[in-house]
Every structure is written in structure tokens, then in C-alpha cells.
Design a protein around this ligand. Sequence first.
Ligand code: ZN
Length: 276
Amino acid sequence: MPELPEVEITRRHLEPVVRGARVGEVAVRRARALRLQPHPGDFAVRLQGRRVLALTRQGKYLLGDLGDGLTWVTHLGMSGRMSLAGREEPEAPHTAVVVSLEAGPQVRFVDPRTFGHTAVLTADELAAAGPARLGPDALDALPRSPVLVARLAGRRAPIKPLLLDQRLLAGLGNIYADEVLHRARVRPDRPAGSLNREEVAALRRAVRPVLEASLRRGGTSLADLAYLLPDGRAGGYLERLAVYGRAGEPCRRCGGAVERMVLRGRSAYFCSGCQR
Ligand SMILES: [Zn+2]
């Protein structure tokens, strides 16, 4: 959390504001946010005065193209968000970085739990950083079913942790992996290699509808409201979640009680009535 839908919504809100805008002052309030910048001093130097040519997304990363081979890379971590705010607006608690746009608002990176990070990287630095290790994007580049069958063949690991592995598929996290598995009627603890072709195809078919349904509602803001849209509104997908966070509540498909198990140290929510 935030996962692909929340990062994509953030991108869609920021993109029209930052694209073509020139960066003015850059203020770093918390140095830890720059821990993946090889030389932290480079961050402001490389960003100031640049125009953001495009803002794209890969998995859970936001990528701002600054030209000359420089990329502004941001990962929101567990609780980060980007907000757009006027200079006169007070900064939210846990504001880590403030990027002022000339003739525009400020882009503020707010991160209470400090697992997020931001950096401006050269092409060589980017090639050694997290985005270079990502598999295909779950929304924009979902592999065809035979490719997934081959990737899962022989794997004894449970399917849910594999869906969280960003090298297999980039963008899913704990919430949407549970939701996709429920839609596909596959239990989270099934050894990945035990899924037959039909089940892998069902899993693949479930990915985009789940992500797109969340996108339409602005993503999922949990009770902690760590994730908010850049304009400060909460995402509305929480009330539509089929299983995530709903242990003991009725499955929206069969009415049976949603169950919780722990897989590799993380919660997994599922319905034993309709997931096999
Ligand atoms: Zn059910």
C-alpha cells in the first residue's frame, strides 16, 4: 500500500500539472527520503530549473522524465503520498520533500512511515535501481496466459507471495493480490505450480478488472487515510473490497465468512467457499 491503482491515480492527477512545468525551489525536510540518491546533494541540483517532460508509471514507481537522461524516481513505500498544494498552505505532518513549480503549485512528498523514497537518477544510476528490476506492468503490459503458465510451472511457493514479487508482475501489493485471487477463485496458499491452465487464465483475466474498478473509485484509502489523492480526497474503493481486511464478514459472492491466514509473514484474506 499504495499499490498500482493508487500510484496511477496519483500520476493522473500530477501529470497535467507537472508536464512542461519548470521546477523552482526544492526543499528537503527529511534526508531519509533521499536515501537511494547516490549523492543526496544531487537531488535538488539536478531537479532545480528542469522541466518535467513526462510523468509515467512502472509498477509502483512514478517516473518523471527531466530530459538529458535524468529521471525523477519516486516510490511511495508503505504510506507515502504526493500532494499538490499552494505555497501558502501549511505543510502536512511528515512532509519529506517539497518541490515548487515555477508559476504553479508545490508537489509535496508526504511519508509518515518513511518507507518511501525519491531521487533524480542518471540513466546509469536508473539501470542499477529498483525500476530496472521490475517485471511487466500489471495494468499496461500484462503477460499473456501461456507466459504466466510457464513462469509459474514447477513453483512450490504459494501463489499469493509470487503475485507480490514485482519481478513476476509489477504493481500488485497485499490488497490487490487478495482481490485478484478472490475474483479468480484461487486460494492464496495454493502452490503456484499446481494451478492448471484454466486457473492461470482466470487469474490473468482477474487482474485488470480489479485494478480498473479501483481506479474508477480513486483507489483504496484505508482507515489510516495514509493514501489520499493529490487533491486531498480519499479514494473510495475500500467499501468495494471483496475480501481484503474483511475477516469474519460475508463473502460478497457466496455469503460465507471471509477468512484470514498468514503467508510468509503477511495477512491473506480469502473465502474458502469460493476459492479452491
Ligand atoms: Zn465466497
